[in-house]
Design a protein around this ligand. Structure first.
Ligand code: DP6
Length: 330
């Protein structure tokens, strides 16, 4: 008998970054992190999955191309889902991103969140799923929820308490918007997984960040969100992005994820805020040169005009406007 399910999962952007693992196999982080989930209409992964007695082996396609499921990350997600549900039929998975996979826009987060959620639906498994998505890619656990999401570091060595939860819902701060500036759609030279491994091994600063700076920042940013205090949210986000890239520079050999255009964007944001005599814009960069800007609805038009003026480009369609009002996978 054939059964099928279709689900989609959103991309999330960390405002307080996850960087460094304390357990490579279980994907347990050195520190907690906090993210904002983007609107699924704009950026998401959609999965169509089915089981059928005629299927003899698990298979996966991403944007129509065959992909191996025979990697530790896929295997641990599949095995955990099967163990918990007691279902062992083979599955067929067709995964599609509505954004260019090459653009380095957190595609693994949405991808693994979608994989775990859709298979859990197919296997009729009703349990905490973020810890399973985490086994696919750390940041994927945060894509299981909409709005503002914290991935708690946890303390248990089996990872059971290293899970994500929603701090504030997607409706909490509707004026808050995220603009994504695609600076380059090249694949990054060092993946996040390898980069953070190298930082854990060589950066003398990473432990101070994880142990004493991030815990305080998570508290402060939660307060900023609860008060809808844009200045505080934007400042904490920019500081944390800069500190993450400082850790990258503190790594040996260093990790250069930002490029000249990224630096120009950073300068533009600070100059704009100065001229406005208030903080109207914030930025954050993951392990790549693309920028995510935080802005409130009433300033989006002005900000886009400045960006188009400073970065004249024919690729206007690359400026994707996302919102923080996403919903959990359905
Ligand atoms: C810089 O979640 O991609 O985007 O757990 O090894 O799959 P793995 O890493 P990944 O790392 C994301 C790093 C980051 C910061 C963040 O999203 O918190």
């Amino acid at each position: 008998t054939r059964r099928e399910v279709e689900c989609s999962a959103p991309v999330n952007i960390a405002l307080i970054k996850y960087w460094g693992k304390r357990d490579e196999n279980l994907i347990l982080p050195l520190n907690s992190s906090l993210s904002i989930t983007l609107d699924q209409e704009e950026l998401c992964t959609t999965n169509y999955v089915y089981t059928d007695t005629a299927i003899s082996q698990d298979s996966l396609t991403i944007n129509g191309l065959p992909h191996s499921l025979d990697t530790p990350r896929y295997l641990s997600c599949l095995q955990t889902l099967r163990q918990l549900s007691g279902r062992h039929e083979r599955v067929w998975i067709e995964s599609t991103n509505n954004f260019p996979t090459a653009a380095g826009l957190a595609s693994s987060a949405a991808g693994f969140a979608c994989l775990v959620y859709s298979l859990a639906q197919l296997f009729q498994l009703d349990c905490e799923l973020s810890a399973i998505a985490r086994r696919g890619s750390g940041s994927a656990c945060r894509s299981m929820y909409g709005g503002f999401v914290e991935w708690k570091r946890g303390v248990l060595s089996n990872g059971e308490d290293s899970i994500a939860y929603q701090v504030f819902s997607e409706d909490y701060w509707p004026e808050l918007q995220v603009l994504i500036l695609v600076v380059s759609d090249q694949k990054k030279s060092v993946s996040s997984s390898h980069g953070m491994q190298r930082s854990v091994k060589t950066s003398p600063l990473i432990n101070t960040r994880a142990e004493s700076i991030v815990p305080e920042r998570i508290q402060l940013i939660k307060t900023a969100i609860s008060e809808r205090n844009f200045e505080s949210l934007a400042k904490l986000t920019m500081m944390d992005s800069n500190q993450f890239h400082a850790i990258c520079m503190d790594t040996l050999p260093p990790l250069f994820y930002l490029n000249e255009v990224s630096h120009k964007i950073i300068n533009m944001v600070h100059r704009y805020n100065e001229q406005c005599s208030e903080v109207r814009l914030g930025y954050t960069f993951d392990a790549g040169p693309n920028a995510c800007l935080l802005v409130q609805k009433q300033h989006v038009k002005q900000v886009l005009a400045i960006i188009h003026y400073l970065f004249p480009t024919s690729n206007e369609d690359k400026f994707v406007i996302g919102k923080s009002n996403s919903v959990s996978p359905t």
